[in-house]
Write a protein that binds this ligand. Structure first.
Ligand SMILES: Nc1ncnc2c1ncn2[C@@H]1O[C@H](COP(=O)(O)OP(=O)(O)OP(=O)(O)O)[C@@H](O)[C@H]1O
Ligand SMILES: Nc1ncnc2c1ncn2[C@@H]1O[C@H](COP(=O)(O)OP(=O)(O)OP(=O)(O)O)[C@@H](O)[C@H]1O
Ligand SMILES: [Mg+2]
Ligand SMILES: [Mg+2]
Lengths: 465, 465
C-alpha cells in the first residue's frame, strides 16, 4: 500500500540540511556564523547605518578539540524586526523580507532559520530573539521551530521599555559545533567580510575568549541598493499572470510603462504594435494564448533598453583596492569595475582585482570570490570564476608563472539575483553573460600585472649590471 | 516599511528553478526527461515488474535548431497512482511516496512537479495525467499547478473502464526546450540508464521521429530494495522526539528494539545501562535533557551492530560487468562490489568498474557516475568520485598514462539516502566513509587493469622479437 505524504518546507530542509550547508558540526558552525552575520549586514544596510556587529561564540560543554556544545550570540544595530514579525522571521522557513527584486545578501528566506533549526535538533534548546525597531519598546521572544508544521512555538515573550532608544537584533541560541575544525574558515570569512564591507565594524569573541576586532576602514555607507521593477527580458508566463492579476491599470500601454523596468511610452507603443496588440486593451482581458505571445514578444523585442544598474551597490574601484591592500598587503594591486550588464533581465556588475607579491606568500593563483559582498569560501572548483581562471585565461601571455608567482585574484559580482547553484550559496553558475564579464575583467587587470612584472624585471636586470 | 512575505514551496522552487536543474531550455529539457524516467523506473521497481518505458518528444512549434515548444509524453507499466493521490502527486510540491528510509531514485517529492511547472510557465498549458493501479478504472486528470498556493488546479477529470487491466502512468505536457543543444546529453542519459538498469526496456522517439530502442538485457528483476528502520547512529533530537511522540510501546527496552535497526534485547539492555536509563521507563516520560543525553549516547555507543545493507539493491558484479561490456565494448573490464558500509547511520554499497581500450577511443580517464541506478551527467568536477580519481589515485602506479590510455571508470553508489549536494541531484558530497570505499574500489580494479596492461605489453614485446 503506497503511502503518500506531504512535508513542510522546514521538514524538507531539516531532512536535507546538508543541501543548505549544514552537513556536519564543523561546517554547520561556519554556516551559522555566516547566515547570522549576513542577516545583520543586510539589516544595517536597509536603514543606511554603519554596521556594528558583535559575534560571540562561547564553549558550553564537551571537548574543545572536537564536537562540542556552543552558545552563539550575534548582536547588531540594524533595522530590527517589528514585534509581530519576530516569531515568523525566526521560526518559519520560507518567510522573510528579501523576496524583492533588490540587491541583498539574503535571498531564500531560510538561512537564519537553518542555523536556529540545527541548534535545536542538536541541543534541544530554544532560541532567544531580542529586537526593537527603535520604537518605545524592546521585545524578547523565546521560541522553537515546529518543524513538521513549519511554525514558531513561542515559549516566552517579554517586552521592556526602550530606554536607550536602541534599534537592532540580538539572536542567541545553543548549537553543536566543532570550532577546532572550522575556526580558520570562520576567521577567513570574517576577514574577507571586513575586506568587502570596510564600513562595517565586526567584533568576534571566540570560544577561547580571544577578541578579534575588524575595524571600520571607511566612515561612509555606500549608496544603498534600490528595489527595481522586473525587466521584460526576465519575464515568464507565471510572472506575467501575477502582474496582470495584481494590476490596477486599465490599458496595455500603461501596463508596460508601469510594471516594467525602463519602458517608456515610446518603447511601449513600438513594442505593442510589433506584438500586434492594442495599446488600449485592458490587460485583464488577455487570453491564455495572448499571454504566451506577449511573453515571447517581450523576450525577443530588440527595442527595450538594457537593465539599468543604478539600483545596484557595487564596491567601487577605490574601496576594492583599499580592501585588498589592507587585507593582503601586496606589492602590487590593480582593480577594474566592468560596465553593467545583465542576464535573463537581471542587472549585474562584475568587479575584479589582482594582487601580487608583498605579504602574499603562497605560490600560484589564489581565488577570492564575493557575491553581493558575501565571501564564498566553499566549492571553489565548481564556481564560474574558477572555471574562468583555470580554463579561459592563458596566464603565460601575462608573464605569470602559475606555479611560482604569488598571485591573488578577487572577483565580486553584485546583482538583484545572484545565480547561486545551491541553497547554501556556495558557488555561482556559469551564466554566459557573467562569464564574459569575468574573463574581460581578469584580462584587464592581468595586463596591468604584466606591465608591473616586466617593469620589475627590467629594474632587476639593470641592477644586475 | 519592511514588507515580510511567506512563499509556498512551489513558489520557492519556481523562483529558484535553476537550483533544481531547470536553468535554461536545453538543460530543462534534459531535466524533464530524467525526472519522468526516474519516476517510471521507481514505479516499476515498487511492484517488481520489468519496466517498459516509452518516451516521446514531439516538436510542436518554433525552429528545430533553437528554443522551441515540445510535447513530452512518458508512459510506463509501473504501480500507477491511486485516483485521489493523482492531483497532489503531480500538482503539489513536497508531496510524494518516497520520504521513507528506502533506496529509491526519488527523494525530494519535487522532480516531476518541477518538470510540469517549467512546462506550465513557458507554454501556459496544463498537464494531462492518465493512470490506473490495475483496478477496474483508469483515471484521467488535466491540471495546472497553482504556484502561489502550491496546490493542483483540476481543469478536467474523466474515468474509463479498465478493459485491458492496464496499470501504470501516462504523463503528457507541453514545454519550451532546446533539443538541438541537449540531444546528446539526453541520449547519453538514456544509454547510461539502460547500462545500469539492464532489466528495463526504454523506447525513445525523438523530435525528428527517430526511434531509439534500449532493449532489455536481462529478464529478471533484481531483489527489490526494502524499507528499513533508522539506525541509532543517524538519530538527532527531532527524529527521536517524533519517534517518541508516535510510539505505542511502554518501555525504553521495547522502544529501542522496536524502532531502531538491528537493536536486539541484549544490545538494548547493554546500551540503556551504559546510558544510565531504566529499561522499564516509559519513553514518553523522558525529560528534554534526557532526550539530548539519549541522542548523544546513541551516537557514541560502540555496541550497536553496523547498518545492514540487505535493504539495498545494488547492481551486482555480474550485471555491472555485462552493462559495461554492452555499452562501452572495451578490450578489458574489471569490476568490484565493496562490502557494505554506512555514513551517519545510512547503509550504502559502492560498486566500481574499470574499462580499457576496445571501442573506448577517447584518451584519458572518463568517469561514469551513478547513484541509486541514476546516471549523473552534470558538474562532475564537484563530485566525490572526481575528487578521488584526480586527487587520490596515483595512476602511474597502475601503469596508466592519464593523457594517452583510453580508460573509463564507473562508480555506482546505492543507499537509503544519497548525500546529494544539490536539489537537482547533480553530484555527491565527499562523505569520508563514501570516499574511503570509492578509493579502495578504484584501487582494486586499477590493479587488475595494471595486470592486463603488463600482460599485454609482455605479449607485444615477445611478438617484436
Ligand atoms: N539581524 C536581523 N535584523 C533584521 N532583520 C532580520 C535579521 N535577521 C533576520 N531578519 C529578518 O528575518 C528574515 C529571515 O531571515 P533568513 O536569514 O531566514 O532569510 P533571508 O535572510 O531573507 O534569506 P536567506 O535564506 O538567503 O538568508 C529576513 O528576511 C529579515 O527580514
Ligand atoms: N510514473 C509514476 N508512476 C507512479 N507514481 C509516480 C509516477 N510519477 C510520480 N509518481 C508519484 O508521484 C510522487 C511525486 O513525484 P516527484 O517526482 O515529484 O517526487 P519524488 O519522485 O518523490 O522525488 P524527487 O523529487 O526526488 O523526484 C512520487 O513520489 C510517486 O509517488
Ligand atoms: Mg538570511
Ligand atoms: Mg521523482
Amino acid at each position: 500500500m503506497v503511502e503518500f505524504q506531504e512535508i513542510s518546507p522546514a521538514d524538507f530542509f531539516y531532512r536535507n540540511r546538508d543541501i543548505a550547508g549544514f552537513t556536519n558540526p564543523a561546517r554547520a558552525l561556519y554556516s551559522t556564523v555566516r547566515e547570522l552575520v549576513e542577516n545583520s549586514l543586510d539589516a544595517c544596510e536597509s536603514v543606511g547605518i554603519l554596521p556594528n556587529i558583535y559575534v560571540r561564540l562561547t564553549h558550553v560543554s564537551g571537548p574543545l578539540d572536537r564536537v562540542a556544545v556552543f552558545k552563539i550570540r550575534v548582536l547588531d544595530n540594524g533595522s530590527g524586526v517589528p514585534e509581530h514579525n519576530i516569531p515568523l522571521a525566526f521560526g518559519k522557513v520560507l518567510y522573510g523580507s528579501k523576496y524583492r527584486l533588490k540587491q541583498t545578501r539574503g535571498a531564500f528566506g531560510l538561512g537564519g532559520k537553518m542555523a536556529i533549526l540545527y541548534g535545536q535538533i542538536t541541543t534541544n534548546k530554544p532560541v532567544r530573539i531580542v529586537s526593537s525597531t527603535g520604537s518605545s519598546h524592546v521585545y524578547e521572544y523565546v521560541l522553537t521551530v515546529d518543524i513538521r508544521k513549519n511554525e514558531p512555538k513561542i515559549l516566552g515573550k517579554k517586552n521592556y521599555e526602550n530606554v536607550n532608544n536602541w534599534r537592532g537584533v540580538l539572536v542567541e541560541f545553543y548549537t553543536e559545533g566543532d570550532y577546532y575544525r572550522s575556526s580558520s574558515r570562520i576567521l577567513d570569512y570574517l576577514k574577507q567580510t571586513a575586506m568587502v564591507n570596510p564600513y562595517a565594524e565586526i567584533i568576534f569573541v571566540d570560544p577561547r575568549g580571544y577578541l578579534h576586532i575588524f575595524e571600520r576602514g571607511v566612515d561612509e555607507m555606500p549608496p544603498a541598493p534600490k528595489e527595481t521593477l522586473p525587466h521584460p527580458y526576465g519575464v515568464d508566463v507565471e510572472a506575467l499572470k501575477r502582474i496582470i492579476a495584481d494590476t490596477k491599470v486599465k490599458s496595455l500601454m500603461e501596463f508596460m510603462t508601469t510594471h516594467f523596468h525602463r519602458v517608456g511610452k515610446a518603447t511601449a507603443y513600438k513594442f505593442l504594435s510589433e506584438a500586434g496588440l492594442n495599446p488600449d486593451m485592458n490587460p485583464k482581458k488577455l487570453s491564455q494564448e495572448d499571454i504566451v505571445k506577449l511573453v515571447n514578444h517581450m523576450k525577443n523585442f530588440k527595442g527595450f533598453l538594457p537593465p539599468d544598474a543604478s539600483c545596484l551597490s557595487p564596491l567601487g574601484e577605490k574601496l576594492l583596492k583599499a580592501g585588498i591592500e589592507k587585507e593582503l598587503k601586496p606589492e602590487f594591486v590593480a582593480v577594474t569595475q566592468r560596465k553593467p550588464s545583465s542576464y535573463s533581465g537581471y542587472p549585474f556588475i562584475v568587479e575584479v582585482g589582482i594582487a601580487y607579491g608583498g605579504s602574499i606568500l603562497k605560490p600560484g593563483i589564489t581565488l577570492y570570490r564575493f557575491s553581493n559582498k558575501i565571501p564564498l569560501l566553499y566549492d571553489e572548483t565548481s564556481d564560474v570564476s574558477w572555471k574562468v581562471l583555470n580554463e579561459m585565461i592563458d596566464w603565460s601571455r601575462y608573464k605569470v608563472e602559475v606555479t611560482i608567482d604569488p598571485v591573488a585574484v578577487i572577483v565580486h559580482i553584485c546583482s538583484t539575483k545572484i545565480p547561486y547553484k545551491t541553497v547554501g550559496k556556495e558557488f555561482i553558475a556559469d551564466r554566459p553573460e557573467i562569464e564574459h564579464e569575468i574573463i574581460n575583467g581578469v584580462r584587464i587587470v592581468a595586463r596591468q600585472l604584466m606591465l608591473h612584472l616586466s617593469r620589475k624585471k627590467r629594474v632587476q636586470m639593470e641592477r644586475a649590471r
